[in-house]
Every structure is written in structure tokens, then in C-alpha cells.
Design a protein around this ligand. Structure first.
Ligand SMILES: NC(=O)c1ccc[n+]([C@@H]2O[C@H](COP(=O)([O-])OP(=O)(O)OC[C@H]3O[C@@H](n4cnc5c(N)ncnc54)[C@H](O)[C@@H]3O)[C@@H](O)[C@H]2O)c1
Length: 365
């Protein structure tokens, strides 16, 4: 079967990882790259051997493009994904799905009406690390999963991102920027949540760019940069979560799932690989279990989506799961202001696990 035609809109920082992978995965063919900044699109086309570059409208008008990969900033996600759906294209979006739940819901409704699909990052949940954790838990290795503890703390991305303003604007902050990784792991392992509560803080009103051509420039911070949350899942599990860019100490990728028989440490949810570690009551140390499966990186979710479209089955990193994660983040932010528990309405079907042989580099189609 011929590869699926892809148009990429948004040629910034993360487009490098996507273009490197998508141009190597046999199920997809990147036909055009586009950006509001034509120079960026032209440079990425040259760097990754993409045959065409242009404006977002050029990508939407390309008859060879069946799916748009939206790598724009969060504030543009709803508009760019909406335009792709209106043009009859399937959409894979970077996270978060949109800035708010109403526009996320409207986007999924528009896709349903148009008969196209929406998939959403993070596709790290399809990586060897989390998929091995999922298979291990399903095998009963930790007993019944009861609770989770996650930690993400550090000084913040103004230290490394050359244009970090959007990361401190609505739709970002540590909760909306990195929350999707942690919350999607728990969504994959526990299913939907039913209520959340949180405390939020914004200790600094402005920050200074640390690197790149604009180093030294000051910009304002619009969102909480410390968020401590509690989540209760519909199936009964509970989680404690910390998202902070107000810590000189960096500690990222900490996710522990505790069951009736053991605790499982899952590899960094912002990565695709890593060892699992299991500790049972009475153990003096962790037992290390190497993860199994593909760890091909960003764009893996696009391949699963394209294969699912061809096979007529649900894709795994779904718009519905992303909408639930978005609703969770919005409710966490609301709770940080209200001080009350906030209920969640959205639900999604927990995706089937991938088997260890799944590989986006080897096409079965
Ligand atoms: N940088 C990372 O490490 C990283 C990692 C994972 C996910 N992401 C996500 O990827 C997305 C992009 O992040 P980034 O770091 O690449 O940002 P970036 O600012 O480096 O790049 C965004 C690009 O989108 C373009 N753009 C903005 N609005 C547009 C519009 N309406 N139409 C067309 N192009 C538009 C900009 O010109 C820019 O080239 C965000 O959603 C972010 O959360 C980033």
C-alpha cells in the first residue's frame, strides 16, 4: 500500500525530531512543510529532503496530503487543526490538544462530522518504557494498582528554549506543557479520572531568557509555575502529582505506581525507553527490568494512527484521551484558584497495549 501523505505545519524546535523520524518511517511520506515564517519552512524542507514548502494554506490545499501534523504553538493548535479538519484532513496535534476544553470538544465534534480522525501527543505513551509497564501491570506483577506518585521539578525552560515566552503563557506552564506526559501515563494505566484538587503558585512575575540570540530578554509569566495536585480515578486509584518550574533542583521523570504487592518505577514519561524498576515488600533493593519494544521517538503516534485508519480500528494516542487530559489540567488549574475539588465529565476508552514487536520502521501494510 502506498505511504500516507503528510503535511507538517509548524517548523520550530520540535519539528526536527518529527521530521527526522517521519522521513524515515515507511508508512508515511512527508509531502510538504509549512509555517507562518516561510524561511523556517524552506530551511526544514532543505534539511529533511521534503519536496515542497510553503504557507499553512499551501499544506491544506495539497491533494497528496491526507493528514496534517500540527507542530505550532499551543495558542494556534485549535485554529490550525480546525482548518485541517475543514480541509478534509486527518490531524495529529502536538500537545495540548487546544488551550481550553470547549475548543477541544468542538474540534473533536468537527472531526467526527467530517469523518476524519484526531490524534494527539504525547506519543511517548507508545514507547517501550510505558508499554512495558502496561504489560507488566496487566500481568499482575504489582498486584492491584492503587496509587501513583509523580514529580517534575526544575528551574524552567527559559534556561534552554530560545523562544520560551509561549511556555509561560496560557496553555503552558509546567502543568500544561509537561502535565500531558505524566497525566497520559496515568490515563493509560488507570483510565479516566473523576475529580482533582490542587494548589498553585506563581512566585516570579517575569523571567529572563537564558540562551540563544535573545538571551537576557525579560518576559512576563502568566501562569502558575508550581502546581501540586491530587487526582482520583474512576476505577478507584489515587495520585499525587507535582509540576514545578520553581526549583533549582532538577528532578524529572519520576513516576511510581504502587500496587497491593509492589511498587513499579516507570521510566521518564517524556521519553520512549528506559528500564522499569520493581520493589516488593521486604526487598532490599529494586529489581531492574529492561523495557521491551520500539522506542523510535516522536511521530510513532502518527504511524499508529495511519495504520489504524488503514485497518479501520481505533488509534491509540486519541483525541478523546487528549481531551480528557486537557480537561484534567483545566480542572487542576481551576482548583488551584477555587480551593475546591473539581469534577471531570469526559471519558475515553483505554487503548489496547502495543505488543513488544510493534515497530514504526517496519511496515506491515
Ligand atoms: N520544544 C520541545 O522540546 C517540545 C517537546 C515536545 C512538544 N513540544 C510541543 O510542540 C509544539 C511546538 O513547540 P516548539 O518548541 O517547536 O515551538 P517553536 O516556537 O519553536 O515553533 C513553533 C512554530 O510554529 C509556527 N507557528 C506559530 N503559529 C502558527 C500558525 N498559526 N500557523 C503556522 N505556523 C505557526 C511558528 O512560526 C514556529 O516556527 C508545542 O505545542 C509544544 O508544546 C515541544
Amino acid at each position: 500500500m502506498s505511504p500516507f501523505g503528510i503535511g507538517v505545519i509548524g517548523c520550530g524546535n520540535i519539528s526536527n525530531q518529527y521530521l527526522k523520524n517521519l522521513s524515515a518511517f515507511p508508512d508515511v511520506d512527508v509531502r510538504i512543510v509549512a509555517d507562518l515564517d516561510a524561511g523556517r519552512a524552506k530551511a526544514q524542507a532543505a534539511a529533511y529532503g521534503v519536496p515542497a514548502w510553503g504557507s499553512p494554506a499551501d499544506a491544506l490545499a495539497d491533494p497528496g496530503v491526507a493528514l496534517i501534523v500540527n507542530l505550532t504553538i499551543p495558542a494556534a493548535h485549535a485554529e490550525v487543526s480546525g482548518a485541517a479538519i475543514a480541509a478534509g484532513k486527518h490531524v495529529w496535534s502536538e500537545k495540548p490538544l487546544t488551550l481550553d476544553v470547549a475548543s477541544g470538544r468542538a474540534l473533536l465534534a468537527a472531526a467526527d462530522a467530517a469523518g476524519v480522525r484526531v490524534g494527539c501527543a504525547p506519543d511517548t505513551v507508545l514507547g517501550a518504557g510505558l508499554q512495558s509497564a502496561r504489560r507488566l501491570i496487566d500481568s499482575g506483577a504489582i498486584g492491584t494498582p492503587l496509587t501513583a506518585l509523580t514529580l517534575l521539578q526544575g528551574p524552567g525552560p527559559q534556561t534552554w528554549h530560545p523562544d520560551p515566552e509561549f511556555l509561560f503563557a496560557p496553555g503552558a506552564g509546567p502543568l500544561f506543557d509537561l502535565g500531558p506526559y505524566y497525566l497520559s501515563v496515568l490515563a493509560t494505566l488507570f483510565g479516566p479520572a473523576q475529580r482533582v484538587a490542587a494548589i498553585g503558585r506563581r512566585p516570579r512575575e517575569s523571567r529572563v531568557i537564558g540562551r540563544g540570540p535573545r538571551a537576557g530578554a525579560e518576559f512576563s509569566v502568566a501562569v502558575p509555575t508550581y502546581v501540586a495536585a491530587l487526582a482520583e480515578y474512576a476505577a478507584g486509584q489515587a495520585a499525587s502529582l507535582l509540576f514545578s518550574w520553581d526549583s533549582p533542583l532538577s528532578r524529572v521523570g519520576f513516576v511510581e505506581i504502587t500496587g497491593t504487592e509492589a511498587t513499579l518505577a516507570v521510566p521518564d514519561p517524556n521519553g520512549f525507553a528506559g528500564d522499569l524498576r520493581v520493589r516488593k515488600a521486604g526487598d532490599e533493593d529494586w529489581t531492574v527490568i529492561p523495557s521491551e519494544g520500539a522506542a523510535a521517538g516522536r511521530g510513532s503516534g502518527v504511524v499508529d494512527m495511519v495504520r489504524a485508519i488503514k485497518d479501520g480500528r481505533p488509534h491509540r494516542a486519541s483525541g478523546e484521551m487528549a481531551l480528557h487530559v486537557l480537561e484534567m489540567m483545566a480542572a487542576i488549574e481551576r482548583s488551584a484558584l477555587s480551593g475546591a475539588f473539581e469534577d471531570l465529565a469526559s471519558r475515553f476508552d483505554v487503548p489496547e497495549p502495543l505488543d513488544a514487536q510493534w515497530d514504526p520502521y517496519v511496515t506491515a501494510h
